[in-house]
Write a protein of this length. Structure first.
Length: 304
């Protein structure tokens, strides 16, 4: 055996996870005997809960800001987007293909172009479209006003498990290639999407609950308080079988994350992404965009 082969074999045995750099999961934390990440970076001080009925983030019960709230635009949650039968069938079909190890204890399957976001380069070769089992869910998405004209050119399936300590660190999704709406279908178990924002300045809070998203609250007469933006985390409860759409501020200003403690059973998430303006008709890369779209909607895909 060559030295190279020996190294590869050892690292394969050692590395049962896909973590690199600062990312960790339960498997490599045990092997490397390192602290779990939440001991290194403390949780946000002020917790707010997203309310689907009002579209506001409301201070967690029992906390300093209980009863106080601020508008949190850009979130659409569609409950029961798929049935339990459809969910079971989708996951059965996903499980027929191999899952690749990914960072922070996740596993993944990707249907889309190969992309180097840092260099802003992409390769179409190898992409055969979204999988056939997504044809119906993508058709259904287009029936909702907030997803009118939604044509995804990528589907990324992620598999989370409590045994691996799966999570995803706070991040913003790319905005060079991917468009305005980020759409994720949440399968097998409920979870919580945690939103945070490392921006200077504060958020103006009003008394909760406002009775509806369109109510105008006169700030001259209603009491207000403020809270440092960087100290806030907004929890969006995401039910099993629901579809979560992030746009606007929730897409571009607030990072999203799934904490390890919010994975209590196997969870599979399928995220669908559309093209940015640059790749749409009239954009600089419209020809490439058109090609991607044609391939994508053939629904003949295998994971790339
Ligand atoms: O698991 C999720 O719901 C989020 C996944 C995500 O943020 C991503 O793949 O960029
Ligand atoms: Fe993301």
């Amino acid at each position: 055996m060559t030295a190279e082969a020996a190294t590869a074999e050892t690292s394969e045995v050692f590395q049962e996870c896909g973590c690199k750099g600062i990312r960790t999961c339960l498997i490599c934390e045990r092997q490397r005997q390192v602290d779990p990440p939440w001991q290194l970076s403390p949780q946000k001080t002020h917790r707010f809960l997203y309310c689907v009925d009002t579209g506001w983030a409301v201070g967690a019960e029992g906390s300093d800001f209980a009863g106080w709230a601020f508008p949190f635009p850009g979130v659409t949650l569609i409950a029961d987007f798929v049935t339990r039968e459809e969910e079971a069938e989708m996951v059965r079909l996903m499980d027929r293909d191999p899952w690749k190890l990914s960072q922070s204890g996740r596993r993944k399957q990707d249907y889309g172009p190969r992309v180097n976001f840092r260099k802003q380069k992409l390769k179409v070769a190898g992409f055969q479209g979204l999988p056939s089992f997504s044809r119906e869910v993508v058709r259904r998405m287009g029936l909702y006003p907030s997803l009118e004209g939604f044509q995804p050119v990528e589907q990324c399936n992620l598999d989370y498990s409590p045994e691996r300590g799966s999570a995803i660190d706070p991040h913003l999704d790319d905005a060079w290639l991917w468009g305005e709406r980020l759409v994720s279908l949440n399968l097998l178990s409920p979870t919580v999407m945690s939103m945070s924002r490392e921006a200077p300045g504060s958020l103006r809070l009003r008394l909760a609950p406002p009775t509806g998203p369109k109510d105008s609250v006169d700030s001259e007469v209603t009491p207000t308080r403020s809270v440092l933006c960087q100290d806030v985390e907004v929890a969006i409860p995401v039910p099993r079988c629901s579809l979560l759409v992030l746009t606007g501020a929730a897409r571009h200003q607030w990072t999203h994350a799934i904490h390890r403690r919010h994975i209590t059973a196997r969870r599979v998430c399928a995220t669908f992404r559309e093209l940015s303006a640059e790749f749409q008709p009239g954009g600089r890369q419209q020809d490439l965009g058109r090609e991607l779209l044609q391939i994508s909607c053939s629904f003949q895909g295998r994971p790339v």
